[in-house]
Design a binder for this molecule. Structure first.
Ligand SMILES: O=C(O)C(=O)C[C@]1(C(=O)O)C=C[C@@H](O)C=C1
Length: 286
């Protein structure tokens, strides 16, 4: 049976995304994103599902940085899921939920609810946790602690918690993108996936700070009419001002224009790390 690693525990948003793609495979919870990626890289599992970008909070830096600096794995598919955050407590604390002493959740989830938390519970400290579901589990296992978690509805059911405030994310359009990673290039397709193909490249520009270099790099894509759906920079971790770029291109990697683009980028002195071509699949909320 195919093994799928995901950022756990059960009922995390990543688990829901993984389950929607692989409803009858063996899903293996991991404690952190690097553990998921390492499990794929060392071929202990067939694929891993990890969060990569949220519509309100942007990139999940740990995922992008680990893919660039630490591992050689490929994107085989991506999943887009709506995200609804709820505040939940152990049943013993329902009557006085607004007097909880700490609110636990994943840093992205806390940030997605920033306005709500600062307006409604301004004096309650927040504590970052490895995932929303891990925070829910913590509340369930510690009824003696006066704490709350921000997590999804499935987590409330799974861990026997009571939702005291629903939909506390600050903006209505809250979606997260998850990647399905494998140890080799292999385009997975799922029933209902979007027809658009995307390729992700990570570009390291040469360090000799020439004027117009980024313009030159972008023109490699522009004159070939290769449509970029995203460009973002992240630190190279070699010095201040040193960055690499992540570009998502709406084209299949083996297209003649893409092969030409890669050749020209290499000629310009860039290093291209390809994460492969893949399609997008959209899920519904839990
Ligand atoms: O904590 C979870 O449940 C996760 O799956 C992680 C994660 C994230 O990294 O952004 C996934 C989706 C939501 O945006 C909040 C948290």
């Amino acid at each position: 049976m195919t093994k799928i690693a995901y950022l756990g525990p059960e009922a995390s948003f990543t688990h829901l995304a993984a389950k929607s793609l692989f409803p009858s495979e063996s899903l293996v919870p991991m404690r952190t994103i690097p553990e998921c990626i390492e499990a794929v890289s060392q071929v202990k599992v067939d694929v891993a599902v990890v969060p990569v970008e949220n519509a309100l909070e942007g990139t999940v830096p740990l995922t992008i940085d680990y893919l660039f600096h630490e591992a050689d794995v490929y994107i085989q598919a991506e999943v887009l899921a709506p995200i609804a955050q709820h505040l939940m407590v152990h049943p013993d604390h329902v009557a006085h939920w607004d007097q909880v002493e700490t609110i636990y959740s994943h840093p992205h989830a806390l940030a997605q609810c920033h306005k709500y938390l600062s307006y409604r519970l301004p004096h309650v400290p927040m504590e970052q946790y490895s995932s929303t579901a891990a925070a829910a589990k913590l509340c369930a296992e510690n009824p003696d602690m006066s704490i709350a978690a921000i997590a999804n509805e499935t987590a409330a059911h799974e861990y026997g918690l009571v939702i005291v405030e629903r939909d506390i994310h600050d903006f209505h359009f809250n979606h997260t993108r998850f990647l399905v990673l494998g140890s080799e290039k292999n385009q997975l397709t799922f029933k209902g996936h979007q027809p658009q193909i995307k390729t992700t490249w990570m570009l390291k520009l040469p360090q000799d700070d020439r004027p117009g270099l980024l313009h030159q790099v972008l023109s490699v894509f522009a004159w070939r009419r290769l449509n970029l759906s995203k460009i973002e920079s992240r630190p190279l971790k070699t010095g201040l001002g040193h960055y690499f770029f992540i570009v998502d291109i709406l084209e299949q990697e083996d297209h003649v224009m893409m092969r030409g683009a890669e050749e020209e980028l290499t000629f310009l002195g860039c290093t291209v790390k390809s994460l492969g071509s893949y399609t997008t699949y959209e899920t519904e909320s839990d």
